[in-house]
Design a protein around this ligand. Structure first.
Ligand code: ZN
Length: 294
């Protein structure tokens, strides 16, 4: 911990501090809780998590991929959500959900792969619904080496019918209908497909086009009710999103976004996250910084 103040200095003075700070968060392999209940602190893209719990590697209707990444921690609400939606896919015989990243043991920025997933309320779920996973628990090697196949035909916007089925649409609809779900990020081609299949439905507005997301969908939960330091996001627009805003995603401008548009600069974390980062994992230390960091 001797070098921690240096990291803080970097955080203050460096406009792009994600690397050293992210490494600090990634180096911690145990959750810690400050206060009496689990708390998502800050925003999805600049925050942390107190009182995280790990998603068990196997459960009814799901299995966790890439265990060595150490990103299977979430707010207890997220863990309950995943277990619940997996129960649904199991009981409907839709297949086994392969779960990618949730968050780190104390949330926070990750050194690679994501800008969000920082408050333990985001989860990536593969589109791959493997028969093998339905019959047995995947072994360690399979979890580490299997690829998540794209549901698009290579170098095109077309959906690959070999990788896509009505089951995927049912899973997305069931997920979007959950009241605790804030939004779901999918590739624009998937949103477009859903728009052609459904007459306007309220749940469609939660399905949001975003770059990538052709091999997994990204579910984001709303801030838990009693988490006063959690900064949510504006609700998706009232419309179903099957309009010009969707057409934009197929424009030249969207295909070749300016780097700054795609990767905004990392934002400083709320000060309360310093308490989480430094908390002893064994004890529930008292909440020493009661101010909201909104
Ligand atoms: Zn994600």
């Amino acid at each position: 911990m001797k070098f921690f103040p240096l990291v803080l200095l970097l955080a203050v003075f460096s406009p792009c501090y994600s690397s050293p700070v992210a490494n600090q968060w990634a180096a911690i392999n145990q959750a810690a809780q400050i206060g009496n209940n689990a708390q998502s602190i800050g925003s999805y893209t600049a925050g942390c998590l107190s009182g995280a719990v790990p998603l068990p590697q196997n459960g009814t209707g799901y299995q966790v991929m890439r265990p060595t990444r150490g990103r299977s921690y979430g707010h207890p609400d997220l863990i309950h959500f995943i277990e619940s939606i997996a129960q649904t896919t199991h009981s409907q015989q839709w297949g086994v959900l392969l779960i990618g990243d949730l968050g780190q043991p104390r949330g926070g920025p990750t050194p690679s792969g994501h800008r969000s997933h920082q408050t333990g309320l985001d989860v990536d779920i593969w589109y791959l619904l493997s028969q093998q996973a339905a019959n047995r628990n995947l072994d360690f090697n399979e979890r580490e080496t299997w690829g998540a196949p794209s549901v698009l035909v290579a170098k095109s916007d077309a959906i690959n019918d070999n990788q896509w089925s009505m089951t995927h649409e049912k899973i997305l609809e069931a997920t979007a209908r959950r009241p605790e779900v804030d939004r779901i990020f999918v590739n624009a081609s998937i949103k477009q497909l859903l728009c052609t299949r459904k007459s306007s439905h309220d749940w469609l507005r939660k399905i949001r086009p975003w770059w990538g997301h052709d091999d997994h969908f990204h579910v984001r939960l709303k801030c838990p009710l009693n988490n006063k330091n959690c900064s949510g996001q504006e609700a998706p627009p009232e419309s179903d999103g099957c309009d010009a805003s969707l057409a934009w995603w197929f424009s030249e401008e969207a295909k070749k976004p300016a780097p700054a548009a795609k990767k905004p600069e990392a934002q400083p974390l709320p000060a309360l996250c310093d308490v989480v980062l430094n908390a002893n994992s064994q004890t529930k230390s008292s909440l020493s910084h009661p101010e909201s960091e909104r």
